[in-house]
Design a protein around this ligand. Structure first.
Ligand code: NDP
Length: 286
């Protein structure tokens, strides 16, 4: 008797608006292919007014889950059946997982960053300075606070967003936190051990430097940038010139992708395949 062949694949989505420049599909599909997984990951442009219908469509078609990115990370919560712990603390979702017929919102951004950071330094007990107070800064700072960093300084251009993040950290975590305003080249206090750029300053095509006072970047500091395109931002180049250890944004992207795949399929995929794919994309792009 001939072996039966199934042409049906398990489906995972990715919603954003716009989303054309999001490389996640290429990275995740590289992992699916490498491990011979019967999955497809489909990137779809979903405008805010269609979000409800889009989620209903995925439910009807039996998607195992999906990623969502700007501008849906907060709005999506109204269309889900529940939230995991990180998403509930961060109050934003970037990964949705089907569990027993229910769509549960998770936040894997902070966890992805943390896994990447741990390869360079253990954050417990460290003094951290974060530039930015948007969605990525929220995810990263909440996860760092949960991991027991000693102090977080938020440096942000707009006071309003900075205050919102400080309020969130004070309400939901026990970390010591302060807000600093940002004018000109920011002088990094010498006690700082980890610096993280969570702003979009330096993102292609505006490949510019983060305004910091370069002479205050010291060799004991670990300097991280969440930006993936280009991987070696002017901020990281400057930090490397000052003798700091540096961490690019690809590790975070790969790790949040790996965590998502594990949630959807149960498979622990090889991150090096995903990193190679992203490096290949941006080396050709530059
Ligand atoms: P948001 O739009 O939510 O926040 C942007 C932040 O950048 C705000 O704090 C904003 O300050 C600040 N900012 C933007 N432009 C300037 C400027 N010219 N001067 C000073 N501050 C500025 O974006 P996200 O938090 O979602 O993303 C931030 C970055 O992180 C992006 O570049 C994104 O690509 C990257 N990222 C990387 C990930 C990865 O896996 N590696 C995952 C998620 C994000 P203000 O409040 O004053 O407007």
């Amino acid at each position: 008797m001939p072996k039966e062949i199934s042409f049906k694949k398990e489906l995972i989505g990715n919603f954003g608006y716009p989303v054309w420049d999001n490389p996640t599909e290429a990275m995740v599909e590289a992992a699916f292919a490498h491990h011979g997984m019967n999955y497809r990951y489909v990137t779809t442009e979903v405008p805010p007014e269609n979000l409800r219908a889009a989620v209903a469509g995925l439910r009807a078609m039996g998607y195992k889950g999906f990623n969502c990115t700007i501008p849906h990370k907060v709005a999506i919560i109204d269309h889900l059946d529940g939230l995991g712990e990180s998403a509930s603390l961060i109050e934003a979702v970037n990964c949705v997982v089907e569990r027993d017929g229910k769509y549960i919102g998770e936040n894997t951004d902070g966890k992805g960053f943390l896994q990447s950071l741990r390869e360079v330094i253990d954050p417990e007990g460290k003094k951290v300075l974060i530039f930015g107070a948007g969605g990525a800064a929220r995810a990263v700072s909440v996860e760092l606070a949960l991991q027991g960093v000693e102090k977080i300084t938020i440096v942000n251009r707009s006071t309003h967003r900075g205050e919102g993040l400080v309020d969130l950290l004070q309400r939901k975590t026990a970390v010591q936190v302060e807000l600093k305003s940002w004018e000109g080249n920011y002088p990094i206090p010498a006690e700082t051990e980890i610096i993280i750029n969570c702003t979009s300053i330096g993102l292609s095509p505006q490949v510019v430097r983060v305004p910091v006072d370069k002479k205050t970047l010291l060799t004991h500091m670990v300097v991280c940038d969440l930006i993936v395109n280009p991987p070696k931002t002017p901020f990281l180049q400057e930090a490397a010139e000052c003798g700091c250890r540096i961490l690019d944004g690809i590790g975070m992207l790969v790790n949040q992708g790996r965590i998502g795949i594990k949630y959807w399929s149960g498979v622990d995929v090889d991150g090096s395949v995903m990193r190679r794919k992203i490096e290949e994309i941006y080396s050709t792009a530059s």
